[in-house]
Ligand binder design. Structure first.
Ligand SMILES: [Zn+2]
Length: 152
């Protein structure tokens, strides 16, 4: 009896792993380095969910009209009209372009945050919070190193 129970648990565990595996493989496959010129720091943020030091991004001062693109794959992510100064030291936006990102819950550092990544290449960009000042109520806190600004 005891043996059968253990065997059952073993089978159950194995099928659970088999179920999880494809999900992991699919997720890993959607995350890929496209731009061969990414720096070590950019790769660390985009593929190891790192964070750049606050107040280091040149984009904090960017006020021109245009669009912000993914530094890895070029996907168009934010319009300059959604950018605002959050005072946090990271480029901040009130809304992303439709379909630009996918989100997932991030439980690291003992906090529950919503992490977002490029829908096209899977690269991590930042976290989105519900304390934005504009109508959307959102604050996309984006690592500047993950973005490329293209003025109109
Ligand atoms: Zn991308």
């Amino acid at each position: 009896m005891e043996f059968r129970k253990r065997k059952f648990i073993k089978i159950l565990g194995a099928s659970f792993l088999a179920l999880l595996l494809p999900i992991k493989v699919i997720f890993a496959a959607t995350k890929k380095v496209i731009n061969p010129n990414l720096s070590k720091e950019q790769k660390n943020i985009m593929f190891n969910e790192g964070t750049e030091r606050p107040f280091t991004s040149d984009l904090l001062k960017e006020k021109r009209k245009g669009f912000y693109h993914c530094a890895n794959c070029g996907n168009k992510l934010f319009a300059s009209t959604s950018k605002f100064d959050s005072g946090t030291g990271w480029p901040s936006f009130s809304e992303a372009l439709p379909g630009a990102f996918k989100t997932k819950i991030d439980n690291s550092f003992g906090m529950v945050r919503v992490e977002y990544h490029c829908a096209k290449c899977g690269a991590h960009h930042g976290h989105v919070f519900n304390d934005g000042p504009k109508e959307s109520g959102k604050r996309f806190c984006n690592n500047g190193l993950c973005l490329i600004f293209k003025p109109n």
